[in-house]
Design a protein around this ligand. Sequence first.
Ligand SMILES: [Zn+2]
Length: 458
Amino acid sequence: EPVEIGVSGKLPSDPVVVVASRSHGSEATEKFLERFTVRERTSAGSSLKICLVAEAIKRVFDKNGNRKDKRKARLRYLVRKIGFEGFRELYARELAALKADSPACPSPRPIIPPVPTGEGAADGPPPESADFPQWRQTNVTGQKQPGQCIVEVPLLLGDIRADKLRSMADIAGRFGEQMVRTTQWQSLVLRWVFQGELADLHQALAAVGLADSQPTILRKLIACTGAGTEEESPTPAFVPSPSTPPSDTSPPPTPTPAPTQVESPDNEDSLGLLTIVDKEHGLPPAYAPPNLVEIPPEWIAPGFPSELLRKEASEALVVMLRAARAEGHELRLRSAYRSYEEQATTFQYWIDQLGEEEARRVSAPPGHSEHQLGTTVDLTSASVGWQLEQAFGQTPEGQWLAAHAHEYGFPLSYPQGAEAITGYTYEPWHFRYIGRDQAANWAQSGLTLIEFLKQPTD
Ligand SMILES: [Zn+2]
């Protein structure tokens, strides 16, 4: 079955080694190859068959092997069980079925050596736009393979319009491996992009408004500062969820120095309710809120573990949730207090997964979450499946909270459209208790909570 393949970038001017099938050659292939100076030609017809072989083996294992017990999820256990002949028979059957079917491989992209960009380049390096160096610095990382790059295409809050998505598909067809990968930061990634193609790629992305090169911190914020257990099945142990990195795990603006010490609370704030916690202001490891109590289980989202909160905040919370219920809005709590150690565990988890340098890109050191104060809650409702997502802001429950939470002492920390000020995207579920009086002052001020807390007191 002939498959059309595309070639992107500029043709190499140096002689190339061509890998081509001898038995499946064609006039078109020969014509195509006339554009190159061929130094050497290697026959590799089986390079396509190997995909079928691999697929057939995988299918035998999928159908007969053990995928449930990870200690037994090995081909050798299956071969031991059914014998080599038995395995070969199953394999032959799968392979025959595959051959009769469509090709198992996605159309492979021909390997072309990197285009020389320095002196001696056939027609000089592609023109670079003024934004290119910045974009290259923030969005491009080198692969292990020399000359190959990974290019990230950030999407604001993970959204992309259909027309842009079509353009993105065209671009992906021209650069890299003709494949788009999604990331846990809701961005897209192109791999196997040649260095020499970067300027062209940047130009193509910029033309459709996809060459965002804001600092990482602004591109990658997607979720809540404390929802470390989102999407996880309920478990008492703290397990960071790779699928939804909370903004607790967002990187700090600069390579992080030791967390700054907590500002000493002013006299009016003997309870420490007004402590500033943001990307620049961290809490020390020893900081643990006083009077932590368990929140009554009836207010915990179904299936989620118990949570702690400072006594005064917990009491105010229950009053608020009862008031909401009386007005027909059933709200539940997803998370509350998170200790320094829990955040340290998260951070260590990422270091183990990615190494320290990469971990700092996805996870902040502990001490920078309002949840560590023991006064902060994430609330949700059945109408969004008890998830923490922005759609909650449009639900009757979310709107009730937006209108009334401050009356019970709970300002919304990260309102819509205030990322530039708060450092976080809209989190309609995240409320911090500062006491009724202060919350009333806050509501009057019209400021975001962080601005309000940073106001000099006289
Ligand atoms: Zn939160």
